[in-house]
Design a binder for this molecule. Structure first.
Ligand SMILES: *Cc1c(COP(=O)(O)O)cnc(C)c1O
Length: 362
């Protein structure tokens, strides 16, 4: 078999590693922040019905502008947004890719604040842009002046913020987003994949959109909506942003089946989101119970918890896997990350961790 080095691959891709969260069949899959609750059966039936209709006309290309879906997404988001403000793709990862194809590309740079979502640098590399980084403040926070200083130092073409931040769970103040926007002429991108899990009184970056045509806020149906397998991500921004993305997207990039499934699910948003409060309460339970086991959980506004005090993360990861629990080693020393699932999943995780003793497996 040939190896990559035998191919005339781009020089800047040599030596890179692809996204690689382990995909294992386990009873307790708490590693990629999916919604562990299944889609409610009555909603699943309605989705199947609209898929059936879409199949009957699948000899034709789908609506290239996916207007019905954009109208549904705008209605779901509220904040006075219309279909023109919304754009969708096959997961928010594709949203990010299109954004980088339009505003990044070779010779341009993207500023990020690690530890953050691992796909941000990978998609950046994929379009040939440079990923430049700046440190966070204590507690993984990013203060407005920290963002401004990094922007003045690096002069990036795009600034990537993740709120709440994956893998730490840290929330982000709107003041930081506003300050970043004022400090750059580039695009400010806020990844709100976990927005539905934020405290109810916490404002979204969507509230900052009016008058800021370089601000882009992305969301996904993969997490709160229990729709990871369908692949639907979307953004809200000034309508001119969609004009830019039309230049780089592939025609008909959202299949008729994807559009049909998403529209049907959004028509039942309250049922699809019914488990969000429950998941948030399991998350809060993990945060409340970990200290008694000798761990230090970081404050989190998402559906996962990053916790410190793990003596040997790889050994503890493996010991939990032996009990059919898959969590995530995100590469931060002495920490692991776990997704909040059902009450039963949470109990089994906490009991299993307790059984390993203080500090986890050696
Ligand atoms: C999970 C996640 C996404 C979701 O990506 P999709 O392509 O929509 O499944 C996006 N951003 C962050 C920060 C995530 O953690």
């Amino acid at each position: 078999m040939a190896s990559l080095s035998d191919l005339p691959i781009r020089d800047d891709l040599r030596g890179l590693t692809p996204y690689g969260a382990p995909q294992k069949h386990v009873r307790y899959a708490l590693n990629v922040n999916e919604n562990t609750h299944p889609i409610p059966e009555p909603v699943a039936r309605e989705i199947i019905e609209s898929l059936a209709h879409a199949v009957l006309t699948a000899n034709r290309y789908p609506d290239r502008e996916f207007m019905e879906l954009r109208e549904s997404l705008a209605r779901y988001l509220g904040h006075g947004l219309t279909a023109d403000h919304v754009w969708a793709a096959n997961g928010s990862n594709e949203i990010i890719q299109q954004l980088l194809q339009a505003f990044g590309g070779p010779g341009r740079s993207v500023l990020g604040f690690p530890p953050t979502y691992s796909m941000h640098p990978i998609i950046t590399a994929g379009v040939g842009s440079a990923w430049v980084t700046a440190d966070r403040d204590a507690g993984f926070d990013i203060r407005p002046e920290t963002a401004v200083r990094a922007i003045e130092q690096h002069r990036p073409d795009l600034v990537f913020l993740c709120a709440p931040n994956n893998p730490t769970g840290t929330g982000l103040a709107l003041e930081t987003i506003e300050a970043a926007y004022d400090a750059t002429d580039g695009i400010v991108f806020v990844d709100e994949a976990y927005a539905e899990f934020m405290p109810k009184d916490k404002p979204s970056a969507l509230t900052l959109l009016p008058g800021r045509e370089r601000l882009v806020v992305s969301r996904t149906m993969s997490k709160a909506f229990a729709f990871a397998g369908v692949r639907v991500g979307y953004l809200a921004a000034d309508p001119v942003i969609a004009d830019a993305l039309r230049l780089v997207r592939l025609p008909y990039h959202l299949s008729a089946l994807t559009q049909a499934a998403a529209v049907a699910a959004l028509a039942h948003a309250p049922e699809m989101l019914a488990m969000v409060d429950d998941i948030a309460s399991q998350r809060d339970r993990i945060v409340a119970e970990l200290p008694a086991l000798g761990y230090r959980p970081w404050p989190t506004e998402a559906n996962f918890v990053l916790f410190e005090g793990v003596e040997n993360p790889q050994a503890t990861f493996r010991a939990l896997l032996e009990r059919d629990i898959l969590i995530r080693d995100v590469g931060i020393p002495n920490t692991l990350r776990v997704t909040a699932g059902t009450a039963e999943e949470t109990s089994f995780f906490l009991e299993s961790l307790a059984a390993l003793g203080p500090g986890g497996a050696r």
